[in-house]
Design a protein around this ligand. Structure first.
Ligand code: IPM
Ligand code: MN
Length: 352
């Protein structure tokens, strides 16, 4: 029997509730496909920070390195200043575990949930490959004369040839494996960010020309990308972009697929520890009410199984989620699903 060790971080707000349902569904899938999933829970997040002052202790980080995968609920606590937990837990894990890819599929499961008129599931089915270790997220920069009238704030975008190239290679490979249109769109801003995206564009063309001649290359500025998302989402197959642009366009992408209740992502280190999460936040106002939609977390679990090589189990979770979404769920929004959080988990687990 194949066995996998999984670290589970429920985190803040509704994180633990949705992760609970994801684990329920993962166990049902494991049972069906003869897998064994061993979970180790880690108590990280706002409560621990407020209680002990600890954010992500080095010893915990070292333990996390030993797992092939982490399942994460959400990070963000209303009593903790914004930035502390996000940077200290989420971004630190992404950086230190070298999860240099943030993989965010945008897939519409039921046209009832798409805010765009006349768009159907076949029109909204693309994947964003977001660079996850560089760009504006590294913390490079600083203040000069802080707090004075002459104050200067610099926030620098870091783009290394190595970091950009490994992200591009992953995206090309992904487009090849996905085998939809075999098209990769670079989303950038080559008309203004003439250093950063000059490097990206050159690397994109060089790598594509040399090793991925079978993949069509396409380019869109980031502002135009947001326009195409709304006007012609069917144009996209795989999109590759930097950290900041990827952050922004994937929130828009999440809305196209029906909202944060269904949007999942993976922070991937192809050779190391990857971390899967629903991409909506901790939704503190819904904590403990049993109204939050666990499908995004369930889909994160599905992505995790896929990453672990359990493609068939992953595919079965996805088909089951699609079926439940189409046949049962009234709305993907919190409190409007027609079921409680744990009932949605039960529906998927039982259907499996
Ligand atoms: C996301 C989030 C994070 C990010 C925040 C919470 C740091 O918005 O995962 O998209 O900006 O990457
Ligand atoms: Mn974001």
């Amino acid at each position: 029997m194949k066995s996998y060790d999984i670290a589970v971080i429920g985190g803040d707000g509704t994180g633990p509730e949705v992760v609970h349902e994801a684990v329920k569904v993962l166990d049902a899938a494991a049972n069906k496909f003869g897998l064994k999933l061993n979970y180790t829970k880690y108590d990280l997040g706002g409560e621990r920070y407020l209680r002990t002052g600890e954010i992500l202790p080095d010893s915990v980080l070292e333990e996390l390195r030993k797992f092939p995968a982490i399942l994460l609920g959400a990070i963000g606590h209303p009593s903790v200043k914004p930035g502390i937990l996000e940077k200290g837990i989420l971004l630190r894990a992404r950086f230190e575990l070298e999860q240099y890819i943030n993989l965010r599929p945008v897939k519409l499961y039921d046209e009832r949930f798409c805010p765009l008129k006349d768009k159907k599931p076949q029109d909204i089915d693309f994947v964003v490959v977001r660079e996850n270790n560089e760009g504006l997220y590294t913390g490079a920069g600083g203040f000069v004369f802080k707090g004075t009238a002459n104050e200067v704030a610099l926030q620098e975008s870091v783009n290394t040839r190595r970091g950009v190239e490994r992200c591009l290679r992953f995206a090309f490979e992904f487009a090849r494996k996905r085998n939809k249109e075999k098209k990769l769109t670079l989303c950038g801003k080559t008309n203004v960010l003439t250093f950063a995206f000059d490097l990206w564009e050159r690397a994109f063309n060089e790598v594509g020309e040399k090793d991925f001649k079978d993949i069509k290359r396409d380019y869109a500025h980031v502002d135009a990308t947001t326009m195409w998302f709304v006007k012609n989402p069917e144009w996209f197959d795989v999109i590759v972009t930097d950290n900041m642009f990827g952050d922004i366009i994937t929130d828009l992408g999440a809305m196209l697929q029906g909202g944060m209740g269904i949007a999942a992502g993976g922070n991937v280190n192809p050779q190391g520890t990857s971390m899967f999460e629903p991409i909506g936040g901790s939704a503190p106002k819904y904590t403990g009410q049993g109204v939050i939609n666990p499908l995004a977390a369930i889909c994160a679990g599905q992505m995790m199984l896929d990453f672990l090589g359990e493609t068939e189990a992953a595919r079965t979770i996805e088909t089951t989620v699609i079926k439940i979404v189409r046949e049962k769920i009234k709305s993907l929004a919190a409190g409007k699903m027609g079921y409680t959080t744990s009932q949605v988990g039960d529906l998927v687990a039982e259907a499996l």
